[in-house]
Ligand binder design. Structure first.
Ligand SMILES: [Zn+2]
Length: 184
């Protein structure tokens, strides 16, 4: 009761997806106000839930947000294909990863924008490796990481591909490059 008497109206304030659209409800035991979610749904929400973020949106919208987040990462952050996606980006864009950047980003090799911006798209188009021994390989090492130029290859396949394109590299250096490329 005391809380209600000293409470101030939150009308007009925005808390995450909620907009408070009326003064608080004086007839209710709990301090709460009528709110409108971004989607238009209206509901009474307790002030404490607004302020702490315990309630961020209507139930429908929060279910959608959770689904989207789960979908985006596929819960796959520990998988080989996810690591392959990450290290592909590192090789092309992270200058600090010198030894592998040298053979990729520094040579102008890029990741196509569809894959750069979305693991989901990469995953849909490249899929899982057939075995744990397969690694991501570019068929033509002068071309980008893009649809049609990427395959899962065995170590032997990828090594012979690398050898073709870097005949100047000694076998030990080639092997080191292979390991770098594949984060091994
Ligand atoms: Zn909503």
């Amino acid at each position: 009761m005391i809380a209600r008497r000293t409470a101030t109206s939150l009308k007009g304030q925005k808390f995450n997806h909620w907009l408070v659209i009326a003064d608080f409800d004086p007839d209710h035991q709990k301090l709460r106000s009528l709110c409108r979610c971004d989607c238009g749904a209206e509901k009474y929400v307790e002030h404490s839930h607004l302020k702490t973020g315990k309630s961020k949106s209507c139930r429908k919208c929060s279910a959608k947000i959770v689904a989207k987040t789960t979908h985006q990462t596929h819960n796959m952050s520990g998988t080989k294909v996810y690591r392959a996606w990450q290290s592909m980006k590192t090789r092309c864009y992270n200058e600090k990863a010198e030894s592998c950047y040298k053979y990729h980003g520094a040579l102008g090799i890029r990741v196509c924008p569809e894959w750069l911006n979305s693991f989901e798209t990469f995953y849909n188009e490249v899929g899982n490796p057939p075995t744990k021994y397969h690694t991501i390989d570019r068929k033509d090492v002068y071309k980008d990481y893009e649809l049609g130029n990427v395959r899962w290859a065995t170590q032997a396949e990828q090594m012979s591909n690398l050898r073709k394109h870097y005949p100047e590299l000694f076998p030990t250096k080639l092997k080191r490059l292979f390991r770098k490329i594949n984060n091994l």
